[in-house]
Design a protein. Structure first.
Length: 202
């Protein structure tokens, strides 16, 4: 009996739902916005410290708890030597016929997307490299041969992923505004190994 080893996977974490408070949703909708500079016609908040605001503190605490679960429990990063913290956070607004361009998050380790409101417009993750240098025609796509993957989001659900993983959102074809909160993280602590000349302490 043959066996397939699916190696070097990209770990994407999907949380249980968080119950969004009316005060949090109201605050989001009052914030000044600007056009997303990456194209797509969607908007984002002018602030990139959204989750540092007092009204959003409960959500931020919950999100960072999920980051710890992802990093320490699932990826098995040594929590005695590593502290993750949030560097930026902002909201995205996709009205009808707007999209979010393909991108990845520089200067970040773990990034996240929290789904606030709107229909289930999926987020699409893409591989930066193809499986083969030849473009085959497949009978069906699966986890072994796909170069992109759509994940549906429900209200209050958080996705966490390595920041270098490319992702995008296709055009919103509904009459409902899609609202998400995105954020980046970095880490402090002790990294690498002294005897391999990779030691770093911050």
């Amino acid at each position: 009996m043959h066996k397939i080893f699916s190696i070097f996977s990209q770990p994407i974490f999907k949380s249980e739902p968080y119950e969004i408070q009316d005060s949090e949703l109201y605050h989001l909708n009052q914030l000044p916005r600007e056009k997303n500079k990456g194209g797509g016609g969607n908007q984002r908040t002018k602030t990139d410290k959204l989750l540092d605001e007092n009204v959003m503190s409960t959500l931020k605490t919950w999100i960072m708890g999920q980051v710890k679960t992802y990093a320490f429990d699932e990826l098995k990063i040594n929590k005695e030597h590593t502290y993750f913290y949030m560097t930026q956070s902002w909201a995205n607004f996709n009205t009808t016929n707007t999209n979010h361009h393909k991108h990845w998050h520089a200067n970040s380790l773990i990034s996240g997307v929290f789904f606030v409101d709107g229909f289930k417009t999926p987020i699409r993750f893409s591989s930066k490299s193809s499986l083969f240098p030849l473009e085959f025609q497949y009978n069906e796509f699966n986890d072994l041969n796909s170069e992109s993957y759509n994940i549906e989001l429900e209200k209050g659900v958080l996705l966490l992923f390595p920041s270098m993983l490319e992702h995008e959102v296709e055009s919103n074809l509904t009459n409902s505004q899609r609202i998400t909160i995105s954020f980046n993280t970095w880490a402090e602590g002790n990294f690498g190994q002294k005897d391999r000349l990779t030691e770093l302490s911050t």
